[in-house]
Design a protein. Structure first.
Length: 116
């Protein structure tokens, strides 16, 4: 094993939760909603804003192979969604929109820039 290799153990193999649902649980935990099955040492409960909570998720997506990097937060409504199956990215604005809010983006957004 190399010194900079991280091995992850996924403990949700028996669960039927999707990646979005797992991340939603973590996202809510960061905002102060602690599952009954989790007993925190010293009782500290995080209380982050939705933007701060997603910034933690984004950091883990970009720098550690912890979470899939195709789960995004909608700029408009804040809902987490899987960008492989819905939504769009407005590149010139730097905003992700879920499938429920992508109608808010003009049809010719980023014309000439190439959509991603």
């Amino acid at each position: 094993m190399r010194d900079n290799e991280i091995n992850l153990i996924k403990n949700n193999d028996d669960s039927k939760l999707s990646d979005v649902e797992w991340l939603q649980n973590f996202y809510e935990f960061l905002q102060g909603k602690v599952p009954e099955s989790l007993h925190l040492i010293r009782g500290h409960i995080p209380k982050m804003s939705p933007k701060k909570a997603f910034s933690i998720i984004y950091y883990l997506q970009e720098h550690f192979p912890v979470f899939p990097d195709h789960i995004e937060s909608c700029w408009y409504c804040g809902r987490l969604f899987d960008s492989y199956s819905e939504g769009l990215y407005w590149e010139s604005k730097g905003r992700h929109y879920c499938g429920s809010c992508d109608h808010l983006v003009p049809l010719n957004y980023d014309r000439g820039r190439g959509k991603s």
